[in-house]
Design a binder for this molecule. Structure first.
Ligand SMILES: [Fe+2]
Length: 424
């Protein structure tokens, strides 16, 4: 009898182990002020998970702080989406997931922290993640976009992550800024799961904007803001319909305004985004600590990199002139292009105006070739691509005098630099 009881107990224990909670898609996003707050995003297959965090370097978790998620809802956005699994087979994905998010507050500036996702008994369910809060007088980040991570083949993701390492070898980076199209199909939950397994997500804060690929599913006509919204946990300080996709955050002396290109495709929505931007910039400039720099990020490009034709430049430049935006970053075009500072349609000496810059591709698969520049020849100072097989990213170095942007190729060779002066 006793043996039978022991056997059934052992069987029960193995079942418990088999159904241990599964955590995925852990990522550190900034809070509205990245010097004192971070927002942790993850997904669990059952309820009861939370975060334990501590100062980096402290041994053990006994003196750590525990926080339950402030957001924990069953997410159905990815249910029954047609996709492809890692073996390249056609599948309909039906993930069971509870989308979780929590804001860490009252953090020390310029300080590295570590955290783990834990179960209801505060047992670790994840590896150790870490991030550095803003607050250093000088800091660097990596700017990357358009790697369209595709789970059946690891090559694109590997190209981009290696490129981040290349930027890190050029200058130690504090965090990663992406300009969208990080996954090939945002509707495929497994693609987000695969992306976030990379080491670069364990060591850095990531801030980004939604790209058209992040918004779409494999099937034509499938698209939703809820894909990116449930794979991230950005600050809820955008305008109501676009909450947690349009957002702003402060990183040191820089105010970052993050736009959602997939929302800003109609005149009505662009007006809404501009009104939001005006209010955020004016409020920040009137505050006790006005930002030294204002940087706008979005996915869509400012210019057609092949011909030079104005794209979103013509939609936004008047507003950027009005608000004194220092730097406008875009992606999507897969051809690097940038101006010097531009004000009212003319290149300036840098003492006023906006530098417009759009990134190249970084996946070695979906780059584009250039052709003869026909428009905006006076504004576009540099273009770069390696054709179909392009890998590039930028290092952004910020101090009180300037923002220095350096484009690197896959070998870490400097291709282009542009400096954005601090305005008087
Ligand atoms: Fe793209």
């Amino acid at each position: 009898m006793r043996i039978r009881l022991l056997v059934s107990l052992l069987l029960f224990a193995s079942v418990v182990v088999a159904v241990a909670q599964r955590i995925s898609t852990i990522v550190t996003n900034p809070a509205a002020d990245a010097s004192t707050g971070m927002r942790i995003s993850w997904a669990a297959d059952s309820a009861g998970t939370g975060v334990m965090y501590r100062l980096a370097g402290v041994k053990g978790w006994r003196r750590s702080t525990y926080l339950p998620p402030e957001l924990a809802t069953r997410c159905t956005a990815f249910d029954s989406i047609f996709s492809r699994n890692a073996r390249g087979e056609d599948v309909y994905e039906i993930p069971t997931l509870i989308k979780c998010g929590v804001t860490l507050r009252h953090l020390h500036p310029n300080t590295r922290y570590e955290y783990v996702i834990v179960d209801s008994h505060r047992r670790p369910l994840s590896q150790v993640y870490s991030f550095l809060t803003a607050g250093a007088m000088e800091w660097n980040c990596c700017i990357i976009s358009d790697f369209h991570s595709y789970t059946p083949s690891r090559r694109r993701l590997q190209s981009a992550m290696t490129m981040i390492d290349t930027v890190q070898a050029y200058r130690p980076i504090d965090w990663v800024l992406h300009l969208g199209d990080v996954v090939a199909w945002g509707g495929s939950w497994s693609f987000w799961e695969r992306l976030y397994q990379e080491r670069q997500f364990r060591n850095f804060m990531w801030a980004g904007v939604q790209g058209n690929h992040d918004y779409m599913g494999r099937e034509k006509g499938v698209g939703s803001n809820d894909f990116t919204r449930n794979a991230t946990y950005y600050p809820a300080n955008g305008f109501p319909e676009d909450e947690r996709l349009t957002y702003h955050f402060r990183y040191g002396e820089v105010l970052f305004l993050m736009l959602n290109s997939m929302t800003n495709r109609t005149t009505a929505n662009i007006s809404k985004a501009k009104a939001w931007m005006r209010q955020v910039v004016r409020q920040a400039r009137a505050s006790q600590h006005p930002p030294r720099y204002v940087v706008v990020c979005q996915h869509f490009e400012w210019f057609n990199g092949r011909t030079g034709q104005s794209m979103d430049y013509s939609r936004w430049s008047e507003t950027f002139d009005e608000l004194g935006v220092d730097l406008a970053l875009g992606g999507n075009n897969h051809i690097y292009a940038r101006t010097d500072a531009v004000y009212q349609g003319l290149t300036t000496d840098g003492s006023n105006g906006t530098v417009y810059l759009q990134t190249s591709a970084s996946d070695n698969e979906r780059g584009r070739t250039t052709s003869t520049l026909r428009e905006n020849k006076d504004l576009i100072k540099r273009r770069w691509t390696e054709g179909k097989n392009t890998i590039g990213a930028l290092c952004m170095e910020v101090n009180a005098q300037r923002i220095l942007l350096t484009l690197l190729d896959r070998y870490g060779t400097v291709v282009d630099t542009v400096s954005v002066k601090a305005k008087e």
